[in-house]
Design a protein around this ligand. Structure first.
Ligand SMILES: NC(=O)c1ccc[n+]([C@@H]2O[C@H](COP(=O)([O-])OP(=O)(O)OC[C@H]3O[C@@H](n4cnc5c(N)ncnc54)[C@H](O)[C@@H]3O)[C@@H](O)[C@H]2O)c1
Length: 346
């Protein structure tokens, strides 16, 4: 099988923890080159994955003629420059979320990729989770009726750390909401095939000393008329959160536990309940969750395989970069809403 030859910009963080290991399992991808902030680090990652070449700067990796696609997993502040340069160099681009610090910057990136004729995608890998795919199937087949409410909760414990780029708004664009909540926001839009049209949010830095939000609650109106709510926190211990993700419709619900995660797993209750009429007793015991088997895989492998397949065959991009631009608009509106204490249209 033909393989897309990949280079990685910022190979030492999530790239090393998850995405490169996932890439190594992809049938249609080959890791050719890695880039890190210094040669020793880059060489260590190169050797670990047996890549051909290591670089310590963006331009050098982009000048590598064998590299056809780049995965950008550097701190957010560097994404813009790296996407623009990669597009200019004619490389296809999978850029981690958030793709840039602001909406105009995101627009510039999407436009630059289109103009350069390179394919561009974003790292919302949770779309590939087997349960999320099954949820999409259920919803689009109308099994839970009209979706009326969605709720996503994504959190971690992220205390003050000297020099952490995520804790500096100028380097990251924000905190728990832009870093974690974006996955839930993207999934809600993806699963319901709707766009967020209006938001109201409360964002705060309650527990820690850093300049970004450690707590965020966003209330959203969707274009299908449903409402949604996404909570993002940096101040809840990992083990104390169930990472609940819930979709409710007029004929049932889907309640997921632990699927908003870097690992494909968790538990989901699919409940279908054709109500015959009003029940004054509000009896909740009649519906048993359906048995919905799925086979878990590796979301990062699927992400790389999917984008590589689009490059090789022209198949539609499953998570186009333009979807990240839309999520950025929602997040920006949510930060504005929190500051001004008003509803903001997206
Ligand atoms: N989709 C996911 O599962 C997931 C998970 C975590 C992070 N992320 C995203 O990945 C990106 C990186 O996050 P992270 O957690 O890996 O951060 P990190 O700080 O752990 O790793 C970033 C890496 O980039 C390197 N780096 C620093 N400056 C660089 C530059 N100018 N050019 C290239 N590399 C540079 C660092 O040395 C480091 O190894 C962010 O956009 C983040 O939101 C995605």
């Amino acid at each position: 099988m033909k393989k897309v030859k990949w280079g990685v910009l910022g190979a030492g963080g999530i790239a090393d923890r998850r995405t490169i290991p996932g890439m190594m399992l992809a049938k249609n991808a080959e890791l050719v080159a890695v880039m890190e902030i210094n040669m020793e680090f880059a060489e260590r990652i190169r050797a670990k994955y047996n890549a051909k070449r290591a670089y310590d700067n963006t331009d050098a990796l982009l000048a590598d003629p064998e590299v056809e696609a780049v995965y950008i997993a550097s701190p957010v502040i560097y994404h813009k420059e790296q996407v623009l340069k990669a597009a200019k160099a004619g490389k296809h681009i999978l850029c981690e979320k958030p793709i840039a610090l602001s909406v105009p910057a995101c627009e510039e990136l999407v436009e630059a990729c289109n103009e350069a004729g390179v394919l561009s995608a974003t790292g919302f890998m949770m779309r590939y989770h087997a349960y999320h795919q099954k949820m999409k199937e259920f919803i689009s087949e109308g099994k839970i009726g009209d979706v009326v409410f969605c709720r996503g909760q994504f959190s971690c414990w992220y205390p003050d750390m000297e020099g952490a780029w995520r804790q500096n708004k100028k380097l990251s664009g924000g905190g728990a909401l832009i870093d974690m909540g974006v996955h839930a926001i993207d999934l809600i839009q993806y699963l319901t095939d709707s766009k967020v049209t209006k938001v109201a949010a409360l964002n705060d830095t309650k527990t820690f000393q850093y300049s970004v939000d450690d707590s965020s609650c966003v209330l959203m109106k969707l274009s299908n008329g449903a409402t949604a709510h996404v909570d993002s926190n940096f101040n809840i211990p990992d083990a104390a959160s169930l990472s609940l993700f819930e979709i409710y419709g007029t004929k049932g619900s889907i309640i997921a536990e632990g699927t908003l995660s870097q690992e494909e797993g968790g538990k989901v209750r699919f409940m279908v309940s054709d109500v015959a009429g009003y029940d004054a007793n509000q009896n909740r015991n009649q519906v048993k969750p359906l048995d919905v088997p799925v086979t878990f895989g590796n979301m990062y492998t699927k992400e790389i395989e999917s984008f590589s397949n689009s490059i090789l065959t022209g198949a539609p991009i499953q998570v186009p970069m333009s979807d990240a631009l839309y999520v950025q608009r929602i997040v920006t509106a949510a930060y504005e809403s929190g500051e001004k204490e008003i509803f903001v249209e997206v």
